[in-house]
Design a binder for this molecule. Structure first.
Ligand code: AP5
Length: 216
C-alpha cells in the first residue's frame, strides 16, 4: 500500500499515519520529522530548514524532494509507505509522480483528513511530541499512558517550537494557499479519499480503514 496523507497542519495526519503504519507494517515517512531530526543534530540542512519552519513557511521544494526520493529507495519502502506531510505543493507532487514512474510504482490512495481551522488551533495548543521518535499526543484528546512520557519509546514529550498560536495561523494560511490545491490534483488522479477528521482518534482511524476497504 502506497499512501499520502493530506490535511492542514494539526489535522491529525501524523497520528493517523502512525496507526496505519502499524496496521499495514509499512514505514511512516514524515518530512517534518526528518527536518526536526536534522535541526536536533544541527546539520546544514537542519539550519536551513529551521529558518523556514520557525516562521511557519514551507521549506523550499528542492530541499524536500531530494530527501524524499532518497528515502523511498530504502529497503523498508519495498512493500509500501505512508507519506506524511509530503507533497505539500503542486511542484512537489509532480516531482513525486516522476520519481515513482522511474521506480515503476504508483500511489494507491491520497487520504485527505478534513478538519476546520478552529479545531486546529485548539489541537496545536495542546500538542506534545516525543523528542526522540516524533510520536504526537494531546494533553486532553490523545493522552500518553504516563504524563509527559512517550508510549512508543519512553522518551520525554515536549511542545513544538512552531506550535505557537501566531505561527500556527501562518501555517494555516500557507496550507490554504499552497497545499490545499493538492486535493483537486489527487481527485483528478482518481485516488483521493476525503475523511471527516473531527471525532476521536480511533473513530477517525475506523473511518479511514473503512474508506480504504470500500475503495480498494
Ligand atoms: P509537519 O511536521 O509536517 O507539520 P504539519 O503538516 O504542519 O502537520 P503537523 O505535524 O503539525 O500536524 P498533523 O496533521 O501531523 O497532526 P498531529 O497528528 O500531530 O511540518 C512542519 C514544518 O516542516 C512545516 O511547517 C514546513 O516548514 C516543514 N515541512 C515539512 N514537510 C514539508 C514539505 N513537504 N515541504 C515544505 N516544507 C515542509 O495532530 C495534531 C494534534 O492534535 C496532536 O496533539 C494530536 O494528539 C491531536 N489530535 C490528533 N487527532 C486528534 C483528534 N481526532 N481529536 C483531537 N485531537 C487530535
Amino acid at each position: 500500500m502506497r499512501i499520502i496523507m493530506l490535511g492542514a497542519p494539526g489535522a491529525g495526519k501524523g497520528t493517523q499515519a502512525l496507526l496505519l503504519s502499524k496496521k499495514f507494517n509499512i514505514p511512516q515517512i514524515s518530512t517534518g520529522d526528518i527536518f526536526r531530526m536534522h535541526i536536533k543534530n544541527k546539520t546544514e540542512l537542519g539550519k536551513k530548514a529551521k529558518e523556514y519552519m520557525d516562521k511557519g513557511l514551507l521549506v523550499p521544494d528542492d530541499l524536500v524532494v531530494e530527501i524524499v526520493k532518497n528515502r523511498l529507495i530504502e529497503e523498508d519502502c519495498k512493500n509500501g509507505f505512508i507519506l506524511d506531510g509530503f507533497p505539500r505543493t503542486i511542484p512537489q507532487a509532480e516531482e513525486l509522480d516522476k520519481a515513482l514512474e522511474e521506480m515503476g510504482i504508483k500511489l494507491d490512495k491520497a487520504i485527505n483528513v478534513n478538519v476546520p481551522d478552529d479545531n486546529i488551533i485548539v489541537r496545536m495548543a495542546g500538542r506534545r511530541v516525543c523528542k526522540k521518535c516524533g510520536a504526537s499526543y494531546h494533553i486532553k484528546y490523545n493522552k500518553p499512558s504516563q504524563e509527559g512520557i512517550c508510549d512508543e519509546c519512553g522518551s520525554n514529550l515536549v511542545q513544538r517550537d512552531d506550535d505557537k498560536e501566531e505561527t500556527v495561523k501562518k501555517r494555516l494560511n500557507v496550507y490554504h494557499e499552497q497545499t490545499r490545491p493538492l486535493i483537486e490534483y489527487y481527485e483528478k488522479m482518481g485516488i483521493l479519499l476525503t475523511v471527516d477528521g473531527v471525532g476521536d482518534v480511533d473513530e477517525i482511524n475506523n473511518r479511514i480503514q473503512k474508506a480504504l476497504e470500500v475503495n480498494k
